[in-house]
Ligand binder design. Structure first.
Ligand SMILES: Cc1cc2nc3c(=O)[nH]c(=O)nc-3n(C[C@H](O)[C@H](O)[C@H](O)COP(=O)(O)OP(=O)(O)OC[C@H]3O[C@@H](n4cnc5c(N)ncnc54)[C@H](O)[C@@H]3O)c2cc1C
Length: 507
């Protein structure tokens, strides 16, 4: 048992746990973040990857959520410009859909409700303009254009953990919190390393339950604290197909069940189509896309696409479970996407703060609200700061300048490769490539082209970013897995495992 006393133990290394760890550590708290698998291994890597206000939430009168999300879009574009970028959306429109006046009103609100924005406002477009109707059926004659942003969700999570560590937090991945109780004036938290089965107990003055879809089971089964709130588990799936349209914009498509689907350019050669809303009884039931969901997404896209997609076009799928706050809505699409924080304490001490709901987009504000809730227990807390400090790698002027700077330093490396590295690591690319003069210095290479994964980057992700398993690198620190064939994936996986084995022997 460790004798060290943490101010705060945070359970869960998704976006919310990592965001709170960053904020709390930067305000002077001594923080331990514990994740049972990899950072962002659950819902935080299975999102639609949008930093958005959520146009459709206006229909549900979620004005607070939309306002906060749009304000956050501005903040996040500034603090993480390497992994978050503006994205134009086209909303095709015809008579059978929501009336044009309603869409115009919604978009007017969307343009203004968040206050000043750096992104262009919405406008109507007509489709003789092929730029904005690429890939669509020629019968579609008009639509609307508006702005939002896209994010690399798993990297956003890792960058928050990196920043938390820079501010003094300790981060333990592949470690499960198995139990916790208040005893002798402190929280006693039991941890189990999932690889070695070693157990440890740590003490803390407070606990944050950021276990995402496991928020309620953690309360019921691990700490036995009854809280009057429930989580609604809603599965959402995406399919990835070869790119369906030229151009950098995304489509938002109105489906005939009143839901919307997105088609988003993804990883240069692909399109990401999502998503679904399916109630599930447990997290285990939410890991895999069903045949019905694939059919649903193909149909939603094909209502608009000139060249219909078929099931064999699907190159990859992913599925996650939304941990939504149960507000009583029966339709899973109508359950609030806003977050709710619940705090339990013992005689005004030893808080346990649990997080229900939330979005990637609002994680930073959620963290600020969490620290407001915790303030009575930690009078030493300093003020909010995370809006003003770039996330690791985000302190760069522009993508173009950073890539050309890298090109000057590493002239023999292909520009496409340098660009994809800068998209992942921003200004930290120099650290990844320290001492690299030629391709040979990158070590063994896996995959090809812009999706090249090098021994050098693998070592960096293991050393600096907690990567321990092949999927951590192939699908979360990078998306290189998507561009590799099965043999390339297998070779990369074998290499990653051998590197981690060496690391384990040496520690
Ligand atoms: C299909 C879909 C699309 C979405 N699209 C968007 C979008 O475009 N934009 C947006 O803003 N939001 C989107 N979201 C919402 C967003 O992804 C989630 O709200 C967010 O990722 C939740 O983060 P979290 O940290 O609460 O949970 P998670 O990411 O699930 O993290 C919880 C972590 O806790 C860990 N954990 C659990 N129990 C323990 C334990 N006992 N010990 C240690 N660790 C534990 C888990 O392993 C997990 O990593 C989407 C969600 C889904 C499912």
């Amino acid at each position: 048992m460790s004798t060290h006393i943490y101010d705060l133990v945070i359970v869960g290394g998704g976006i919310n746990g990592c965001g709170i760890a960053r904020d709390a550590a930067g305000r002077g708290l001594n923080v331990l973040l514990v994740e049972q698998d990899d950072l962002a291994s659950a819902t935080s890597s299975w999102s639609s990857k949008l930093i958005h206000g959520g146009l459709r939430y206006l229909e549900q009168y979620e004005f607070r959520l939309v306002r906060e999300s749009l304000q956050e879009r501005e903040v996040l574009l500034k603090i993480a410009p390497h992994i978050i970028e503006p994205l134009e959306f086209i909303l095709p429109h015809e008579g059978s859909m929501r009336p044009a006046w309603l869409l115009r009103l919604g978009l007017f609100l969307y343009d203004h409700i968040g206050g000043k924005t750096s992104l262009p406002g919405s406008r109507g477009v007509t489709f003789p303009d092929r730029q904005y109707s690429a890939g669509l059926k020629p019968s579609l004659r008009r639509g609307f254009l508006y702005s939002d942003a896209r994010v690399d969700d798993s990297r956003l999570t890792v960058l928050n953990a990196l920043s938390a560590r820079e501010h003094g937090a300790e981060v333990r991945t592949r470690t499960r919190v198995t139990a916790g109780k208040r005893a002798a004036g402190l929280w006693q938290i039991k941890l189990c390393n999932v690889d070695s089965s070693e157990v440890d107990t740590v003490s803390a003055r407070g606990v944050v339950n950021a276990a995402g879809p496991w928020v309620k089971s953690f309360l019921d089964d691990s700490v036995h604290v009854p809280i009057r709130a429930t989580v609604k588990l809603v599965k959402g799936s995406h399919i990835v197909v070869p790119r369906v349209h030229d151009g950098q914009h995304a489509y938002i498509l109105q489906n005939d069940d009143k839901r919307v689907a997105f088609i988003i350019p993804f990883e240069e050669k692909f399109s990401l189509i999502g998503t679904t809303d399916v109630n599930v009884a447990s997290v285990d039931k939410g890991h895999q896309i069903s045949k019905e969901e694939i059919t649903y997404l193909l149909r939603a896209a094909n209502r608009f696409l000139a060249k219909p997609l078929v099931e064999s076009d699907v190159a990859w799928t992913y599925t996650g479970v939304r941990p939504l706050y149960d507000d009583g809505a029966a339709n899973p699409s109508e359950i609030t996407r806003d977050y709710v924080l619940k705090t339990d304490h013992q005689d005004g001490k030893l808080p346990l703060l649990s997080i229900f709901g939330g979005k990637i987009t609002t994680y930073r504000r959620l963290a600020e609200h969490a620290l407001d809730e915790l303030r009575p227990y930690y009078p030493q807390l300093s003020g909010s700061w995370t809006a003003g400090e770039a996330l690791p790698g985000g302190d760069m002027d522009s993508m173009r300048d950073t890539v050309s700077d890298m090109l000057k330093k590493h002239a023999s490396l292909p520009i496409d490769y340098l660009t994809s590295l800068v998209r992942r690591h921003g200004s930290l690319t120099g650290k990844v490539l320290k001492g690299v003069r030629s391709m040979a210095d990158l070590g063994e290479l896996f995959g090809a082209g812009a999706a090249l994964l090098s021994e050098r980057e693998i070592d960096y992700c293991i050393r600096e970013e907690w990567a321990r398993m092949p999927d951590d690198i192939l699908w979360r620190r990078t998306k290189c897995g998507l561009h590799m064939d099965a043999a390339e994936q297998a070779r990369a996986a074998e290499f990653i495992q051998s590197r981690v084995a060496i690391l384990r022997k040496s520690t």
